[in-house]
Design a protein around this ligand. Structure first.
Ligand code: ARG
Length: 464
């Protein structure tokens, strides 16, 4: 039996039911649907539309539905098109005439928008929490890394030595922006659509402000048409998740590179590596590869939802149901990816000897020699050209650059000493730079940011 049977002479076609049903995925909204219904029923009570006895009866029925869902004894019926229909049907079975009043002044249009916002508030907070855990691992590994250094790359060519902690924290700061975006999206979606009805509000004395407050929302909607048709928050959440996915893909790619024999910078713990079904010697970085690969799916979800929303007329359209699965999937993928990457990084061996050997290339500190000349008054362009020539000469002669530099009349041993292994990284002294001084400051700032962001997680959910 459908919710709209009064108007129709017969039941719906089987293929219509199969095509339009959303119960297969929107059961994830059950807890939020129950919360929304409780608030709505209390609002109807305050408005005098249901008497106190009826409110109590419906609330008791909602409690029982919750219990049945928790115990998996809830029996879904053939006509349960979505979770909203299923809950209302069961409440009516349990609470009779009072139950049949539950949907007074409400439409599934404002109901689903409310459920989805409640779901997002909680789940985006959980994703942000997972990102903070990964950041903590990066912070801890950066702290342990001490004065270890590796080549910094541009164009994937060795460029200048950088502290390992600096490199790890670079990923950490990108993730800090993700946390900020997730919490910012959460703040903007913190608006309750309940009371908008199908699209225009109601003739009944509903109490959207009271309902919004009871549900822990910061505000109620301002425009009923906007309230039921707005899925900006889904698109924003998907953007924040897609960009987070892009960041995880870049981290994943570096783990893939670093764990290759060619780099040899990182050894995977056995628990965080996979083997080959054919090649006995293999140890593969599948977690890192999937972290890289999932970004494609997340970007696809964002593009798909934006395309669904594009050109939709006001107000509710069934197309909006299509925004749910991408959102659920994106959040579920993150819930899997974040702990996996955190575990991999927490347990990986960082081969600082290999990193050092790669960073101590003969000309890794060429720019320091040029800057030495600058300190003596030479224009940088001339200094650059002179050192470039010395690099070429040393390569032609097969002679270490340090010897070529020392032999040059304008340079000598002091300049040659700059090319000693391990010296270059200590000379990166400017704020935010890659040397020990600024990185010590950075590590403290990063820890402070982590603590502050942890504090922000509760804002906005505290009311709920
Ligand atoms: N399952 C539907 C959705 O997610 C609920 C709203 C149905 N509203 C309607 N007017 N058919 O969009």
């Amino acid at each position: 039996m459908t919710l709209w049977q009064g108007r129709f002479s017969g039941g719906p076609a089987e293929a219509l039911v199969a095509f339009t049903a959303s119960l297969g995925f929107d059961r994830r909204l059950a807890a939020d649907d129950l919360r929304g219904s409780r608030a709505h029923v209390r609002g109807l009570g305050r408005a005098g539309i249901l008497d106190a006895g009826e409110v109590a009866e419906v609330l008791a029925a909602l409690d029982q539905v919750e219990d049945e869902l928790a115990r998996a004894t809830f029996v879904f019926a053939a006509g349960d098109e979505d979770i909203h229909t299923a809950v209302e049907r069961r409440v009516t079975e349990l609470a009779g005439a009072a139950g049949a009043k539950l949907h007074t002044g409400r439409s599934r249009n404002d109901q689903v928008a409310t459920d989805l916002r409640l779901w997002c508030k909680r789940e985006l907070t959980a994703v942000a929490d997972g990102v903070l855990t990964l950041q903590q691992v990066l912070h801890d590994r950066a702290g342990e890394a001490g004065d270890a250094y590796l080549p910094g790359y541009t164009h994937l060519q060795r460029a200048q030595p950088v502290l390992l902690s600096h490199h790890l924290l670079a990923h950490g700061w990108a993730l800090a922006r993700d946390v900020d975006r997730l919490l910012d999206a959460r703040r903007r979606l913190d608006v309750c659509p309940l009371g908008a009805g199908a699209l225009a509000g109601s003739s009944l004395p509903l109490d959207p402000d009271g309902v919004a407050a009871e549900l822990g929302f910061a505000a109620r909607f301002d425009n009923s048409l906007d309230a039921v048709s707005d899925r900006d928050f889904v698109a924003e959440a998907l953007f924040a998740l897609a960009l987070l996915g892009v960041h995880l893909s870049r981290l994943g790619e570096e783990v893939v590179l670093w764990s290759s024999e060619e780099f040899g910078f990182l050894g995977l713990d056995d628990a965080w590596a996979t083997g080959s079904s054919m090649l006995p010697q293999k140890k593969n970085p599948d977690v890192a590869e999937l972290a890289r690969g999932k970004a494609g799916r997340l970007i696809g979800h964002l593009a798909g939802v934006l395309t669904t929303l594009k050109g939709l007329p006001l107000a509710y359209n069934r197309d909006l149901q299509e925004t749910q699965e991408p959102l659920f999937d994106a959040v579920e993928q993150m819930a899997l990816a974040l702990p996996a990457l955190a575990g991999l990084l927490a347990t990986a061996t960082l081969r600082t000897d290999r990193m050092r050997a790669a960073a101590d290339g003969p000309s890794a500190a060429a720019v320091d020699v040029a800057e030495h000349l600058v300190a003596e008054g030479l224009p940088f362009r001339s200094a650059h050209a002179l050192v470039g020539e010395l690099v070429r000469t040393s390569e032609e002669r097969g002679q270490p650059l340090a010897l070529t530099v020392e032999a040059h009349p304008d340079l000598g041993p002091e300049a040659g000493a700059l090319l000693e292994p391990g010296v270059a990284v200590t000379r990166r002294t400017t704020p935010g730079g890659a040397g020990p001084g600024p990185v010590a400051v950075q590590l403290e700032r990063f820890a402070a940011r982590l603590a502050a962001d942890r504090g922000r997680l509760d804002d906005g959910t505290a009311r709920a």
